[in-house]
Design a protein around this ligand. Structure first.
Ligand code: ADP
Ligand code: MG
Ligand code: MG
Length: 884
């Protein structure tokens, strides 16, 4: 079996498209090598070898070793160096790299191949003993951590002690002799801790490092990351073995990371950070504060340290050209890692860069303008749920800011919350429904859970490419990093700000991820304007999509918000919500508790003008767009008082004895209210309720038509139908009222009567129900409940267990169950349309705002989706992507 794919010397056996086999890093290294870019030669051991490793008691395949050795021979030929010995030793990096990007989750070992002899040769060859010993101590530290399982902290402590002893602040101040001493201390530590010597055989080092990188696929961080990002465990990671190049070879050497465009704003400008005389993770680890790559970036950050552009103009020019080349080749913004060894540029990684939604929008729109991608491609470049980020509030510019600190604006948006200092506290607080800001010196992959739970993140260390910054941008939560003017005292759980401000755990602060400021207390926020790039992109989406997008709106406020987000009508107006407002609930109770029809009609007569004015307002806002109004749906007891105190109050207000009221409430009690006296069953028992609602609807339609000059497209929705005869009965009531209102006003209102398909029987009998129904609205919340026989309100107690045990993959109340509920929808759509070819079909459950479910609706040929107002832009985009 071919386990190993080589790259280097201007060619490669793999391609970017092979990421399933080679992992993202390996596939892109191969691609860069075959583009002729300066990539140190290497080889990729495929992901299948990882699966083999775990399936075979953590051993490497037999035939793998020879293939790796052949690959190393090829690397030796290209570099003119020799692995394991000689005057010019070849050192290797052993790098993890899975199919999906899992930044920092798995391990990498650098400078492999060093031992007590090769370190001497390396020093001679480079003419720089300091560099050789610096590399050796790095190798020992990484290898001991990754392969031997020793915490890297203990090495950091040794180094800190040495620096203190020598009176140095920075690593770069240590001499060759100093490093040599550190190496001996490190080796001694390993002997003391593990009772074994640091391995001197380079090949043994290599096999053990490869195994350790495979093993890191199963470390707890990586597992958590996979769960959060739904990455299958079977994928495994590839391992890349690559010739080392050295950014720590003196002051003409450097290492850095960059984005080809600004990942925060999307601005088309190279954006990145580097460190002189450094290696590997130094930039991200926040050991020294990194410098800006471009002069423009340096000026913007106000830093005095020179940019790469100034410091190494030739290498910079080549780097900039390489970035442009990569971007046009991949047709997307890239996130790259590079090293400069004695003035020579080497590319070490490229991938599509993570970005904020705002940046994603700008980049997509700009790339269309630049002629790089098409409009539909731009539409597909945005992940619909990420639009949520744009809905994040920002701080009201008119308010005065009480600034207590500032750092780098790592991820935009503003958020207010209580200070917590650990990821665990953040998670616990979220579970209690409290909003928190996670405050750390810096974050590490162990913190991702807490970062997820927090409203925003603040760190006092690190740059724009630090862990906190990258992860927060990916999650779309506001983040400020490197707030050097603030100090976190973990021991006393305090955050010290400028001007002597002291904050403790639980104190409220506000983070402005757009400006980098930290503010005292809560601050008024405003919703962002959805214009500019957003507007352009949505216009392209609207041009492409077939389905219309409506909103679920019960109040004028919802309806207005939804219109501003581009809703094209109301797909579901739940009239019952109107009955809870103000003192309407009293009249509603009067109606429910009425002892005969006469008393009930009297109460309904009082509700009529209220309903009418509600509907009139909704119709006016929707101005001629379709509006679907559902007749009363919930069981009546939901409107009644529950506790004894409440019952006493209501009884007093209604001038009836509490005991009498309690008896009436008892009589209305149901064992399974969700399967009880509700939906159209109410309209059949008490047709006067449906009559009143229909009258309110038609009178409102007349009033709104007069006022706006545009009659609404009216649709009346009968809930919880399972029999055609139920719908027939209620439709007769509606038609009668319509005729009456026409007689009284002389105005004809066109309307459709239809039903919710939310019971399996209704779906199965759709062809018969469609004889009466002029439209179907799939009520997928109830349809999911009734198809699974699973109560939505109680499912939270077992769905997570089901997911953990792999019984189901997704919560069917969040993402439509295509196989079961979906099949019922398809069947009902087909059967209904057979009877009535122009039958209008839509969906109005929570699923109407879920991209995967929207794709399903597109394929089922529905006419529209309806979702909550804030999800309307998401649905517009998802519907467009589904149509492309
Ligand atoms: P991660 O996936 O965590 O980014 P990488 O495999 O990219 O891990 O390695 C981390 C860093 O190590 C790189 O950004 C680079 O600075 C350094 N590195 C990796 N391979 C080499 C190499 N062949 N030569 C020099 N530095 C390397
Ligand atoms: Mg990397
Ligand atoms: Mg329902």
């Amino acid at each position: 079996l071919k386990w190993v794919y080589r790259f280097g010397g201007g060619e490669a056996e793999g391609r970017a498209a092979d990421s399933a086999r080679l992992g993202g890093k390996g596939a892109n290294l191969a691609e860069m090598a075959s583009l002729g870019l300066p990539v140190p030669p290497g080889l990729t051991i495929i992901c299948d070898a990882c699966t083999h490793y775990f399936n075979n008691g953590r051993t490497l395949p037999e035939d793998l070793k020879q293939q790796v050795l052949d690959g190393i021979t090829a690397m030796e030929a290209i570099t003119g160096r020799k692995f394991g010995g000689g005057a010019t030793p070849l050192l290797l990096s052993v790098r993890s790299g899975a199919r999906a990007s899992m930044p920092g989750m798995m391990d990498t070992v650098l400078n492999l191949g060093l031992n007590d002899e090769t370190v001497q040769a390396l020093g001679h060859d480079a003419g720089d003993a300091r560099f050789a010993w610096d590399s050796y101590r790095r190798f020992i530290q990484m290898y001991a951590d990754v392969v031997m399982g020793l915490d890297h902290e203990i090495f950091e402590e040794i180094l800190e002690d040495e620096k203190a002893r020598l009176g140095h602040e920075y690593d770069t101040e240590l001499s060759a002799v100093d490093w040599q001493h550190v190496v001996s201390l490190y080796k001694q530590m390993i002997e003391d801790e593990l009772g074994e010597d640091f391995p001197q055989d380079p090949y043994l080092q290599l096999w053990r490092a490869i195994s350790a990188v495979f093993a890191s696929w199963m470390n707890p961080r990586a597992k958590t990351f996979r769960t959060l990002h739904r990455i299958p465990e079977e994928w495994g990671t590839a391992v890349n073995v690559q010739a080392m190049v050295f950014g720590n070879l003196g002051t003409s050497s450097a290492t850095g990371v960059a984005f080809t465009r600004n990942p925060s704003t999307g601005e088309n400008a190279l954006y990145g950070e580097f460190l002189v005389n450094a290696q590997g993770e130094d930039v991200v680890a926040g050991i020294r504060t990194p410098q800006s790559i471009t002069e423009e970036g340096r000026l913007a950050s106000g830093s005095e340290k020179p940019s790469l552009e100034k410091l190494m103009p030739d290498a910079f020019a080549e780097f900039r050209a390489t970035c442009l080349r990569l971007e046009s080749h991949y047709r997307d913004m890239q996130d790259v890692e590079f090293t400069i060894e004695r003035g020579k540029l080497w590319m070490l990684q490229t991938r599509s860069g993570k970005r904020t939604t705002k940046a994603a929008m700008k980049i997509a729109v700009d790339m269309v303008d630049e002629g790089v991608i098409t409009e539909p491609e731009a539409v597909c470049r945005i992940d619909p749920p990420s639009l949520d980020q744009l809905m994040h509030p920002t701080i009201d510019p008119r308010v005065e800011r009480q600034i207590v600190g500032s750092g780098l604006p790592a991820s935009p948006g503003a958020a207010t919350g209580e200070i917590v200092f650990t990821a665990e506290e953040a998670v616990a607080a979220e579970e209690e429904g409290r909003k928190v800001i996670l405050v750390r010196i810096e974050t590490s992959p162990e913190d991702i859970h807490g970062m997820h739970a927090a409203e925003a993140i603040l760190t006092t260390r690190g740059g724009m490419t630090s862990h906190a910054a990258v992860v927060a941008r990916g999650m779309g939560i506001p983040c400020v990093v490197g707030a050097g003017s603030m100090r976190v005292d973990m021991r006393n759980e305090t955050l010290l700000g400028i001007g002597g401000a002291v904050f403790r755990r639980g104190d409220i602060i506000t983070i402005d991820g757009s400006s980098g400021q930290v503010l005292k207390g809560a601050v008024p926020m405003i919703q962002p304007a959805l214009s500019g790039d957003f507007g352009k992109l949505m216009a392209w989406a609207d041009k492409t999509r077939r389905m219309t997008v409506r909103t679920n709106a019960d109040t004028p406020q919802d309806a207005r918000a939804a219109r501003s987000f581009g809703a094209e009508g109301i797909g579901l107006c739940r009239t019952e919500h109107m009955f809870f407002e103000g003192d309407r609930i009293h009249i509603m109770r009067e109606m429910i508790l009425a002892e005969d029809e006469k008393a009930r009609r009297a109460a309904l007569a009082k509700l009529l003008p209220m309903q009418r004015s509600d509907f009139t307002e909704l119709f006016e806002i929707m101005h001629g767009l379709p509006v679907t109004i559902r007749l009363l749906d919930p069981p009546l007891h939901e409107f009644l008082p529950k506790t004894e105190a409440e019952i006493d109050d209501v009884a007093r207000a209604m001038a009836m004895p509490p005991a009498f009221l309690a008896r009436r409430i008892d009589a209305l009690h149901e064992f399974n209210p969700m399967l009880g006296h509700r939906g159209c069953r109410l309209a059949i028992s008490y047709p006067e309720i449906a009559e009143m609602q229909a009258r309110a609807i038609f009178e409102a339609a007349v009033a709104a038509a007069k006022k706006t000059g545009e009659p609404v497209e009216l649709e009346i929705l009968v809930p919880l139908v399972s029999l055609r005869s139920e719908l027939d009965y209620v439709k007769t009531v509606i038609d009668q009222v319509a005729a009456e209102v026409l007689g009284e006003t002389g105005v004809t209102i066109a309307y459709l009567s239809g039903t919710m398909i939310e019971l399996p029987r209704a779906a199965i009998r759709a062809h018969v129900i469609a004889e009466t129904a002029e439209f179907f609205s799939f009520g997928t919340n109830d349809l999911t409940q009734t198809t699974f026989g699973m109560s939505r309100d109680d499912a939270a107690s077992f769905i997570p267990t089901y997911q953990r045990k792999g019984i189901i993959e997704h919560d069917p109340f969040v993402s439509l169950d295509f196989d079961g509920v979906g099949e019922l929808i398809q069947l009902a759509a087909e059967r209904g349309r057979k009877t009535r070819p122009d039958l209008k079909l839509g969906i109005c459950g929570e699923h109407g705002g879920d991209p995967a479910s929207i794709r399903f609706c597109e394929n089922a040929d529905l006419d529209y989706v309806s979702c909550s107002p804030f999800r309307v832009p998401i649905a517009r985009l998802a519907a467009a992507q589904a149509a492309i």
